[in-house]
Design a protein around this ligand. Structure first.
Ligand SMILES: Cc1cc2nc3c(=O)[nH]c(=O)nc-3n(C[C@H](O)[C@H](O)[C@H](O)COP(=O)(O)O)c2cc1C
Length: 346
């Protein structure tokens, strides 16, 4: 049955795809192009000795990138989740599902999430809910897909942009409780507005397993929610609100954040993955770019792209003298004047 909530999920999917396809995702500030890699000294190494895997949450990830949270909650999105999970199983990368709130309210929608575990029985799968859900819902979301971790999104920008969005945000105590009681590691994440130093420091104090700083220049929920709100002749102007992913990574560095960082937002290539790892991310993820490929070229097209990333990552790492992803932080880089300026102002 089509509820308003599942209809919203379909609209997110089609609008996000459209904006990526038409290259209309807004640019808010300096992006990955603002970081150039300085050639380093010669290293005695070979591409065959590179190990691109990372350890996080006491778990082993073969690759430092995964499919970020997008969907579930309707028949159309069930098919998308099925394809994404097939690709994640075939390529050995992790995957997050979209917010399971819709299935907590209407259990008939739970199949559109469970399908990811059916398609990827052995994979690392990440559940997803908003920061206001009680611990019982967190347990239910984890159980629904037998999740290995859970993401809680802090998405004030999206809610404010959404006509039917939340208008009160008493999240901190709840986040603290969930971090303390969740049976699996908790990741606190943004959805594309990025994070500044004060937010990062505040979230780090809650001691989540990781923070996903979800920056701008990729999927924009200001743009998506306002496109959904067709009858509003006077939308808010959110074009000044947010930080890009590279700016957020610098904010984390300046704030001395020790919590592992996941970089998401506008990652379109494995080069962007490398730059994110260089700037201190432990893991990275992509949503809109992978979705657009899936919609255009199907599961085989998305698999081809991920295999290309897997083939090229060790080449880039060798170029930069990195045996392991964590070695990339030692690689020298220069920032464009714009990005350097943001850096100075944090
Ligand atoms: C269609 C779509 C639906 C999304 N739904 C969710 C969601 O339910 N929960 C969530 O935490 N993030 C959601 N996101 C946000 C992504 O996880 C990610 O943070 C954001 O899209 C920025 O990454 P990108 O630029 O690679 O798309 C969604 C993204 C897309 C494209």
């Amino acid at each position: 049955m089509q509820t308003p909530h599942s209809n919203r999920k379909n609209e997110h999917l089609s609008l996000a795809t459209k904006f990526w396809r038409d290259q209309q995702t807004p640019v808010l500030g300096p992006s990955f192009e603002a970081v150039r890699w300085v050639p380093g000294p010669l290293r005695d190494m070979a591409v065959s000795t590179v190990d691109p895997s990372v350890e996080l949450f006491g778990q082993h990830f073969d690759w430092p990138f995964y499919i970020e949270a997008m969907t579930g909650g309707s028949e159309a999105t069930r098919r998308v989740n099925e394809d994404l999970a097939k690709v994640s199983a075939r390529t050995g990368i992790a995957m997050a599902v979209g917010s399971q709130s819709v299935a907590i309210k209407d259990p008939a929608q739970a199949d559109s999430f469970r399908v990811v575990r059916e398609q990827n029985p052995e994979g690392f799968l990440i559940a997803n809910l908003g920061a206001d859900h009680p611990i019982e819902n967190v347990r239910a979301a984890i159980e629904m897909i037998d999740a290995n971790a859970i993401e809680l999104h802090v998405n004030v920008g999206q809610e404010i942009a959404m006509a039917e969005g939340d208008r009160s945000f008493y999240w901190l105590d709840n986040l603290k409780k969930i971090v303390a009681e969740s049976p699996v590691p908790v990741i606190i994440k943004e959805v594309g507005f990025g994070m500044g130093p004060a937010l990062l420091s505040q979230l780090a104090e809650l001691k989540p397993a990781a923070i996903n700083l979800g920056g701008a220049n990729g999927t924009s929920f200001a743009q998506i929610e306002q496109a959904r709100d067709r009858h509003n002749d006077n939308p808010m102007d959110l074009s000044s609100y947010g930080l890009t992913t590279v700016e957020s990574l610098l904010a984390a560095e300046n704030a001395g954040i020790k919590t592992p960082i996941i970089a998401t937002g506008g990652i379109r290539s494995v080069k962007d993955v490398v730059t994110s790892l260089m700037m201190g991310a432990t893991l990275t993820s992509s949503a809109g770019h992978f979705l657009e490929l899936l919609m255009k070229d199907g599961a085989d097209g998305l698999e081809k792209e991920i295999r290309l990333w897997q083939q090229q990552l060790p080449l880039y790492m060798t170029l930069l003298g990195a045996q392991k992803p964590a070695d990339l932080v030692k690689a020298k880089r220069i920032y464009s004047a714009d990005l350097f300026n943001s850096h100075q102002q944090f």
